[in-house]
Design a protein. Structure first.
Lengths: 339, 353
């Protein structure tokens, strides 16, 4: 497994940030904190991996949070009405299916309209969310199916912390890591997975190579929808309630994580490992601003500033634009001096 | 060139017809409500703010970019101006001093918009950020600055702009006049000036524009500054209309401000579309919005509106998509005199010739 230069830089950034936060707050490196950081990463991480799938083929899907809430709320409603005692994996499957169908709809619309994916998914974002909130319901469901409350307490292994408290790693973290590993292997070692990069890199070349470009694109959108569906259901697990008005608004963190991890917005670039590192960086930043003494009202500004820097990082690494810019500025200066 | 002209005019005719049909249907269904001066006034007020934001997005779309920070810019403008005015307006001043202070507020607001637009433009044009990511980042940054300035509260009672927000000339509310003047100036700038010609050229073919000697960086920078200025004017109007300012105002406006230019015929990939179409689209959306309010007066009709806007956007895109499909077939026929059996138009949106 080769690791790109960009991923190493993000890894160093994560370690540096962790060292700084750990120095200010020694509790940072406790099992309790690390486990809760991982748990907090699952939902945004699943969204980010799905978002990344679409980025790879050169698209942009901003409807994932809306897909997540529709899948989550729809699954809970369906389960309460028809199969209240279903095991958790069945609920997970339902959410995945709802998400995949909505993602498929995105993909079909984008490929058949030949329209900008950002604008189509902005439309479907409002379509899905508006449909859910107007036609399905707005009230928060507190009596969620039993499987969800049970899964809320599912820890895969527990350790006894220094003060005698027992802390566990939540099972949803395993689901997240398993899905991420699966996507990683798929993108790296299967022909079909590789064809996603080909389509994102150069669609015309990909088509001449015999890749069914539109099928690959539709697949990427459906995959992103499926992952968003899982993420939505897991968000209900954490809270033990189904609130149809959450998640939308969390898009920024997800996009930031994917871009930070080295995925190019023009497609064909990036890796799952990079995205996971980006997610870690974002989650640690979000959780640590208070520890680092940033007042609550300043947080959004700090995140915005960091975001702009983070988006610029890949550009700096490619050094195309900046070098070009300074070169042309130097040229202009020389020309002026000569004249 | 003429083909493009014809295409745009047919779009404009469709838009005007749609506006007349919708307004006519609403006028016939509920003449008492729809045609009341109160309703017309409130429609004009609402559409002026959203209209200016749509113009701000439209001008960036013409270069193939987008500006997601419009609403954040508008709110930041109204917050800074509100703070400035409440700072100065402590004592009761004479009328002329009041006008001077309000004028200073307008200038300050425009400077804020200029600054916000320049930040976006610098990121996109000078540093090579993708417009979506750059303006997403600055959106968060501007909202963050607004949050710091207001500590998350709403600022009330800034009355210096009351005349601007509530006043009217010959029965037409001032904000609507400001919007129409801004649209007219922008239209002139884009269609009768060299700057506008370059904007369309750059949007249609970036490479060709650069090779024909256009200073692309300066051009794009100017476009984002224009977008920031238009957003700032929207913020100033909003401050006058609502007499308050906060960071969360109109969070659903971003979608609307993207939907309206697309509906109005501005191509999201750049280089095509007219400001006049955007203006007509603003009124269509306003009629639809009022219509939905009249028919569904129940709670939660905001969510229905979200649904309706999403659906409208998709339908418009579908119609445009079909239009391109037929355009490709007709072009093929004109070239070869043969009815195409299967046609493979450009694959990706970006690489379409």
């Amino acid at each position: 497994v080769t690791i790109s230069r960009h991923e190493i830089v993000v890894l160093i950034a994560v370690l540096l940030l962790a060292a700084v936060v750990g120095a200010v707050n020694p509790g940072f490196f406790s099992f309790f904190n690390i486990f809760s950081l991982l748990k907090n990463s699952t939902v945004i991480g699943l969204f980010a991996v799905g978002f990344f799938l679409v980025l790879v083929v050169g698209g942009l899907d901003v409807s994932f949070a809306a897909i997540g809430i529709v899948a989550m709320y729809g699954t809970v409603k369906l389960a309460l009405a028809y199969f209240p005692d279903a095991p958790f994996f069945l609920l997970l499957g339902t959410a995945l299916l709802i998400g995949a169908v909505l993602g498929l709809f995105n993909g079909v619309l984008i490929t058949s309209f030949r329209a900008s994916s950002l604008i189509v998914t902005l439309g479907t974002l409002n379509l899905y969310r508006g449909f859910l909130l107007y036609f399905v319901g707005t009230e928060t469901i507190r009596q969620v199916p039993r499987a969800i409350t049970e899964f809320n307490r599912a820890n895969v292994f527990t350790v006894t912390a220094g003060n005698g408290a027992r802390v566990g790693l939540h099972a949803s973290v395993l689901i997240f890591l398993a899905v991420a590993a699966l996507i990683f292997l798929f993108l790296r070692y299967t022909t079909f997975g590789r064809s996603l990069y080909a389509v994102g890199g150069n669609p015309v070349a990909a088509q001449r190579m015999g890749i069914a470009v539109e099928k690959v694109e539709v697949f990427a959108y459906s995959g992103a929808g499926a992952l968003a569906g899982i993420a939505g259901l897991l968000s209900a697990v954490t809270l033990r309630l189904a609130n149809p008005q959450t998640l939308v608004g969390s898009e920024l963190d997800v996009i930031a994580a994917a871009v930070l991890g080295g995925a190019a917005i023009t497609g064909g670039r990036g890796s799952v490992v990079g995205v996971l590192l980006g997610v870690l960086l974002i989650v640690i930043t979000n959780n640590s601003l208070i520890v680092l003494g940033v007042p609550a009202t300043w947080q959004k500004m700090a995140i915005g500033g960091l975001l702009i820097l983070a988006i610029g990082m890949p550009l700096l690494f490619r050094r195309v634009h900046v070098a070009e810019y300074f070169e042309s500025a130097a040229h202009a200066l020389k020309a002026k001096r000569a004249a | 060139m003429t083909a493009i002209g014809r295409h745009l005019d047919s779009r404009l005719i469709t838009l005007v017809a749609a506006a007349i049909v919708i307004a006519g249907a609403l006028g016939l269904a509920r003449p008492d409500v729809f045609l009341s001066s109160l309703n017309i006034n409130s429609m004009l007020l609402q559409s002026s703010v959203i209209g200016l934001l749509s113009l701000a997005v439209a001008v960036t779309m013409l270069t193939g970019g987008i500006d997601l920070s419009i609403n954040a810019t508008a709110n930041l403008t109204s917050i800074i101006v509100a703070l400035f005015l409440s700072e100065l307006h402590q004592g009761e001043a004479s009328v002329s001093v009041g006008y001077a202070i309000a004028g200073a507020g307008v200038v300050l607001g425009l400077v804020v918009g200029l600054f916000c637009g320049a930040v976006n433009g610098a990121l996109v044009a000078l540093l090579g950020y993708s417009p979506i990511l750059a303006t997403l980042g600055t959106m968060t940054l501007f909202v963050g600055i607004g949050t710091v300035l207001t500590a998350g509260n709403t600022l009330f009672g800034v009355s210096a702009f009351e005349t601007l927000g509530r006043g009217s000339v010959a029965g037409v509310p001032l904000p609507a006049i400001v919007f129409l003047i801004a649209a007219m100036l922008l239209s002139l700038l884009l269609e009768a000036r060299r700057f506008g010609f370059f904007v369309y050229l750059y949007g249609a073919n970036e490479t060709a524009a650069v090779f024909s000697g256009i200073n692309a960086r300066k051009l794009v920078l100017k476009v984002y500054v224009t977008s920031g200025l238009l957003s700032a004017i929207a913020g100033l109007l909003n401050l006058g209309i609502t007499n308050s300012a906060n960071v969360d105002f109109g969070s659903s406006y971003v979608l609307l401000a993207i939907l309206i230019p697309v509906l109005g015929g501005i191509s999201p990939s750049g280089g095509a579309g007219r400001i006049l179409g955007v203006v007509v689209a603003v009124f269509i959306l306003q009629f639809l919005s009022t219509g939905l309010n009249l028919v569904f007066q129940s709670s939660g009709s905001n969510f229905l509106k979200d649904f309706a806007w999403g659906a409208t956007l998709l339908v418009v895109l579908a119609i445009d998509g079909r239009r391109h499909f037929w355009a490709a077939r007709i072009a093929h026929f004109a070239r070869t005199r043969q009815v195409p059996t299967s046609i493979q138009p450009g694959l990706s949106r970006e690489i379409q010739p």
